[in-house]
Design a protein around this ligand. Sequence first.
Ligand code: ADP
Length: 227
Amino acid sequence: MNDVVLTLNGVEKFYNKGLANEICVLSGAQLNLVPGELVALVAPSGAGKSTLLHIAGLLDEADKGSVEIDGQMLSGKSDRRRTRARREDIGFVYQFHHLLPEFSALENIALPQMANGVSKSDAEVRGRELLNTVGVAHRAKHRPAELSGGEQQRVAFCRALANKPRILLADEPTGNLDPATSDQVFDALMTLVRETGLAALVATHNMELAARMDRVVRLENGVLVDG
Ligand code: ADP
């Protein structure tokens, strides 16, 4: 299993630890993601999907267990090391697009690349390629407020992929969209995963979308089960 890009090993997470209102959200979650696979993370609201994605994305630390990227142990490492891994290897998409309102779609995708030292012209070339892949190239110069909800989410995917991460973590990325738009946005995500060889973990309530992914993992009583 040399090509595993993300490993969660026995991840445990408690909130309010040691207090009367202690909650055990994760109690030994185990996961391996390989490049090019699109995995659905399914569970009811409150089961711990966001908590799991935050830990996998190095935004939060597990209380026990570990997170590895490309076999590199990142649990317990310095904030600097974890931040670098997050910036280089992980892209995030949320239910709301969180695009910068005063910048165009293209600028929203170019800016994170320029922050990483890419020239403006190269960043815009990549931005246009990504927008083209998800069918929003004709809206490159438009600000987020001038885009439809589905277009905004497709741009958010492009921004998440701007710096060529190996892993995409998405938290209900179509949760705010009507069914037809949701299908369209999901198609765009699928195309991006297939074209880039990304490993994607996508939390969703939508069982039809989940069924279209390569596999489904369910979060049940704090552990991940296949199916
Ligand atoms: P999901 O994404 O599946 O809706 P979450 O990961 O957001 O679930 O939350 C899992 C559980 O942990 C919920 O019961 C939630 O109330 C609780 N929780 C989440 N964040 C915190 C926090 N910072 N402090 C205390 N409890 C939290």
